[in-house]
Design a protein around this ligand. Structure first.
Ligand code: NOJ
Length: 538
């Protein structure tokens, strides 16, 4: 199905920036807003010598004590001095808009920092006017917690407050108390913060864990199930995914809709795509986009990835527009995940072709375009609470957050001083400058894919139809908009694969690996090299 007038975010290629690790401009080892401004031309200078991205999702830059690296917000309407000033932010917005790049802020509606004035006031006394802004409960009996809920980062989800003799609830760290969305003032306050940024001119928001905003009204204990970690030993039916969370998304959407072009992309980290798709709203009145997390858990396998695409297409149906990503700041990078020590760049190239030719808005995670691998972060360098808590069983999330590799200069050109997390040792070869100079590099491949997509109605917003009867290891599909028909054939196998589309004559290769652009392709006999890619105009 083709929408004749797609919204900007349907056509967009988005890019996630983890600001702490993108570019340090003031030599403190931490990335900042000025650093991002200096790199905007790399993202899009209007020419095919740049990446050509249309929007940036900026991880949180609000004042924060950084227990959870910005997801513990102290003030939703200011900028953390580590990253710059409000003037810097306004300049970033202006400079980005000058280049046709939109800015999506990260909004965290479900928790705040324990140092947020709202929580400080809430915790001050049981009679505080903000007491009910958070989730406080008595101990059912001395030393007993209100229910069995666990924190997602480890440990119980309830912390005892000695002064006021009650427990407060926190799904993440004790330093991140959960807001009580059942109090209408809370919803108003979060929507008010969103409006503050919309008035400034931001183009929308990535909504952090939208499915966590409401908890069961009666705070019932979760049923038990099998799992490795205590958090996984429960079915999370009462502490998240409550039906009211969809309504919260609808209210946010109503707000952004009042600002022309405003959009919402929701993080809903669940395994079942039907569950995630609910956040589009029954008739598309919810989030404009919902991230599909299924690629995160899928191996580098044509049938598995096709299965995930088909499930997502089916779950969304006509009510929404798909959204895909391969990596983000919370998970192992896909170059590492998919390669498993083999054919790293070749596999990353196929994965990029998939991400950038599917029907749905792609989000790139900074550095994937040069094939950045998971960082190597020693035990004593770990900073992420997940990695610290679960040592040695979980690598933690620092590995996905190491500094962007710009060049072979000291500290990869990210900073003039030792960065907050170690630079990946491969930076001398895996970096932007080296790949800009190499016509066969992954970076140049990403650029070609992105500009091809931008110039093609079929690839950017056309329909999707998977092809059956292709050989094992191949994922092939058609993208169609009006008269324009494009065949995408991806070989996930390390061997050559051949197949045919009899009776279709020949097509013209738009982009191929190995290089074949411009060649005529006999559709009756399509040959794919190991990890080969063919994108063909029919
Ligand atoms: C989701 C964010 O992506 C993650 O980085 C954060 O730690 C959790 N929300 C909890 O705040």
């Amino acid at each position: 199905m083709t929408d004749p007038q797609p919204a900007w975010w349907q056509r967009a290629v988005c890019y996630q920036i983890y600001p702490r690790s993108f570019q340090d401009s003031d030599g403190d080892g931490i990335g900042d807003l000025q650093g991002i401004i200096e790199r905007l031309d790399y993202l899009n200078d209007g020419s095919e010598r740049s990446l050509g991205i249309d929007a940036i999702w900026l991880n949180p830059v609000y004042p924060s004590p950084q227990y959870d690296f910005g997801y513990d917000i102290m003030d939703h309407q200011a900028i953390d001095p580590q990253y710059g000033t409000m003037e810097d932010f306004e300049r970033l917005l202006y400079e980005a808009h000058q280049r046709g790049i939109r800015i999506l802020m990260d909004m965290v509606p479900s928790v705040t920092s324990h140092l947020h004035p709202w929580f400080v006031e809430s915790r001050a006394s049981r009679r505080s006017p903000k007491r009910d802004w958070y989730i406080w409960r008595d101990a059912p009996r001395p030393g007993k917690r209100p229910n069995n809920w666990q924190g997602v980062f480890g440990g119980p989800a309830w912390t005892w407050d000695v002064k006021t003799q009650q427990y407060y609830y926190h799904n993440s760290l004790p330093e991140q108390p959960d807001l009580n969305w059942r109090n209408p003032e809370v919803a108003q306050a979060i929507l008010g913060a969103m409006e503050f940024w919309l008035r400034k001119g931001v183009d929308g928001f990535r909504i952090d864990v939208l499915n966590y905003v409401y908890k069961d009204e009666r705070l019932r204990s979760n049923p038990h199930c099998c799992g490795r970690r205590p958090y996984e030993m429960q079915r999370h039916v009462y502490d998240k995914d409550r039906p009211e969370a969809v309504d919260a998304g609808i209210r946010m959407r109503q707000l952004v809709d009042r600002y022309p072009g405003g959009m919402l992309v929701a993080e809903v980290y669940v395994n079942d795509p039907r569950e995630a798709a609910r956040y589009y709203g029954e008739h598309g009145e919810g989030a404009n986009l919902v991230f599909n997390f299924s690629f995160m858990n899928a191996p580098f396998s044509a049938p598995r990835l096709r299965h995930e695409v088909d499930r997502w297409e089916q779950a969304i149906g006509a009510r929404g527009w798909p959204c895909y990503f391969l990596s983000n700041h919370d998970n192992s990078r896909h170059a590492s995940r998919f390669a498993a020590g083999r054919a790293t760049t070749a596999r990353a190239r196929v994965a990029a072709a998939l991400l950038l030719t599917l029907r749905g808005t792609p989000f790139l995670y900074m550095g994937e375009e040069i094939g950045m691998l998971d960082g190597i972060v020693g035990r004593h360098e770990r900073l992420d609470p997940v990695g610290v808590h679960y040592w040695p069983f979980h690598p933690g999330r620092d590995v996905a957050r190491t500094p962007m590799q710009w060049s072979a200069a000291p500290y990869a050109g990210f900073s003039s001083t030792r960065p907050w997390l170690p630079v990946h040792p491969a930076f001398a070869t895996v970096n932007v400058a080296a790949q800009e100079a190499d016509a066969g590099s992954l970076l140049r491949w990403y650029r070609r894919l992105i500009w091809l997509r931008k110039g093609s109605a079929a690839l950017s917003f056309g329909g999707y139809q998977a092809l059956d009867g292709v050989p094992g290891g191949v994922f092939a599909y058609l993208r169609v908009a009006g008269e324009e028909r494009v065949l995408v054939a991806l070989n996930f196998a390390a061997r050559r694969r051949c197949f045919g589309l009899p009776g279709r004559g020949s097509g013209r290769c738009l982009l191929g690996w190995p290089e074949r652009a411009g060649d005529a392709v006999d559709l009756g006999h399509i040959e794919l090299e190991p990890y080969g890619v063919l994108i063909v105009a029919l």
